[in-house]
Design a protein around this ligand. Structure first.
Ligand code: ADP
Length: 553
């Protein structure tokens, strides 16, 4: 069996001008970045075309068994193209940390992939480098301001802005800087976040244009003064420089699927401490260019899905026309208690128990008033009886499940799913938001916990409760809430698989992200700088004298 990279390397990749033409871009709207990638900048207001149909792909809670959300996103788009529909994909950019850490990229798999796969998973068009540079420029400016007499009265013990790197490096989580005597700065504790966790990443993906981005950057709160007053990037006076560093990164990147469906890949914020979807600009542009846009939200429907619907939709100004929930028989069996080593064995009891996880997501996504379709990402070990059990379970709950055999067959592996999605987008739908913008933070979180997670309610730590009282005084308490929770469980305990009930979500701390425009609610121990596993993927990656890469995936 061929690996993902072997399939990608054997693919016929069209020159990017042909993809730009297929997407309907005018010559002024794109600039080549090599032979098979382009940066695009479409003026939203100049294009008066109506918007296409938006299809949101989300999933059950991820397990180490893999769900293949990106694979289904790409395969569904190719299936829609095969059905004669003008389609585009809008995906996130992969972070290098996980690429070198755990096996698995973000460009799909098998015959449902985006190319050039290696480039996209490595340095792509440099967006992450620009973000890392901008992030660390701000960090350097903050420390320099403290060193140069501290005119802003910044309290070095109350800084929120750390440094950033797109590498999984646990040794950098907590560091001491400024050592080496009076000419080397002021010693203090610091740390690194992975670049995708930077507020600048969230901002890049939320900004409509350069001036919107600059205004958002100005609002970033980097820490507090000795009098506990917030200090912003505007106070430091470097929003212009940071925006300049991001002038090209703000432009979406154009590539293609193996079947030449035009694809925009842009921005990659985490789906726990940020919104977890590709950029507003890329989604909007795709909607202006294509009749069907397939996009994906990170992790499960409880994290990325909820954030897409409650946070991104109002900013995008467009609600989805259909929601696709991806499930696999293997992952459902894990939710039913089966260990990873036994997933290839048929086991209807474990599947039956694990289906409750799909059931909760089906219920929570259906409440938004948008038609929901289930896609079963087919693995070779799935038996007909297992697949039938999933289909029956979904049908009993008023929806339909369809096979997606796109990993093995590309778009040709999901004709029925494509037709079902087209039909779903044609149904009348009335989007029903989960909460009102004016709801306070606790009300918002309660609605998320009770309706989306199926839990009982929320418990705030003393610190979190005190923070909310302070935020209320500053008018920050009405911002949308971004839940930073484990992706593995509907609860905040990663070990509670399936569909737990009667649990409470414990918020230990809030982090205000004024530039991005949300409050992060930290639950459990959320890491913003991952580590490498005992056998990092980096051990298996190699390149030969012809530049041929192996082992990327
Ligand atoms: P997600 O988006 O849920 O993280 P991906 O689509 O990136 O998942 O897939 C993760 C990995 O699983 C990829 O290497 C892909 O090739 C593999 N994969 C996905 N679907 C299948 C499948 N049906 N059969 C075998 N491998 C698959």
């Amino acid at each position: 069996m061929q690996t993902d990279i072997e399939i990608a390397q054997a693919a016929e990749v069209w020159p990017i001008e042909k993809i730009a033409e297929k997407a309907g871009l005018t010559a002024a709207e794109w600039e080549p970045y090599g032979r098979d990638k382009a940066k695009i900048s479409v003026d939203e207001s100049a294009r008066q075309d109506g918007l296409g149909k938006l299809i949101l792909v989300t999933s059950i809670n991820p397990t180490p068994a893999g769900e293949g959300k990106s694979t289904v996103t790409v395969g569904l788009a190719d299936a829609l193209s095969l059905a004669g529909k003008k389609t585009m994909v809008a995906l996130r950019e992969p972070s290098l940390g996980p690429v070198m850490g755990l096996k698995g990229g973000a460009t799909g798999g098998g015959y449902a992939q985006v190319v050039p796969m290696a480039d996209i998973n490595l340095h792509f068009t440099g967006d992450f480098h620009a973000l890392t540079s901008a992030h660390n420029t701000l960090a350097a400016v903050i420390d320099n301001s403290i060193y140069q007499g501290n005119p802003l009265n910044i309290d070095p013990r109350r800084l929120l802005w750390k440094r950033a790197l797109d590498v999984n490096d646990r040794a950098l989580r907590h560091i001491t800087i400024g050592l080496g005597g009076p000419t080397s700065g002021v010693p203090r504790e610091d740390g690194f976040d992975i670049t995708v966790a930077s507020e600048l990443m969230a901002i890049l993906t939320l900004s409509h244009d350069l001036m919107d981005m600059k205004a958002r950057i100005e609002r970033i709160v980097i820490g507090y003064t000795y009098d506990k007053e917030p200090v912003t990037v505007k106070d430091l006076g470097v929003a212009g420089a940071l925006t300049t560093l991001l002038k090209d990164a703000i432009k979406p990147n154009l590539v293609q699927t193996l079947a030449h469906t035009p694809t925009l890949i842009h921005g990659g914020p985490f789906a726990n401490i940020a919104q977890g979807t590709n950029s507003i600009r890329a989604t909007k542009t795709a909607l202006q260019l294509a009749d069907y846009v397939v996009t994906e939200a990170g992790f499960g429907a409880d994290l990325g899905g909820e954030k897409f619907l409650d946070f991104k939709v109002p900013l995008l100004g467009k609600t989805p026309d259909a929601i696709v929930i991806v499930a696999t028989v293997r992952a459902l069996k894990m939710h039913g208690g089966l260990p990873k080593t036994e997933l290839t064995e048929p086991n209807l009891d474990a599947l039956s128990a694990g289906l409750a996880n799909l059931g909760q997501h089906l219920k929570s996504m259906s409440r938004y008033g948008v038609p929901v379709v289930v896609a079963v990402n087919r693995f070779v070990s799935d038996t007909p009886e297992e697949i039938e059990m999933v289909e029956k379970y979904v049908r009993e709950r008023g929806a339909e499940a369809y096979m997606a055999d796109v990993w093995a067959q590309g778009g040709a592996g999901a004709p029925e799913l494509a037709q079902a999605v087209i039909a779903a987008t044609e149904q009348e739908s009335q989007f029903t938001p989960l909460y009102a913008p004016e709801d306070d933070a606790v009300t918002k979180i309660e609605k998320i916990v009770q309706t989306i997670y199926g839990g009982a309610g929320v418990e705030l730590s003393d610190k979190a409760a005190k923070q909310l009282r302070e935020f209320a005084k500053r008018g920050w308490d009405k911002m949308p809430v971004i839940m930073a929770k484990t992706q593995y469980s509907l609860s905040d305990d990663a070990k509670k698989l399936g569909a737990p009930t009667d649990f409470k979500i414990h918020v230990r701390e809030f982090v205000p992200k004024l530039g991005a425009g949300f409050l992060v609610a930290l639950t459990g121990s959320i890491l913003t700088m991952p580590g490498l596993p005992s056998h990092p993927a980096a051990y298996d990656i190699d390149i030969d004298e012809n530049g041929q890469i192996t082992g990327l995936f």
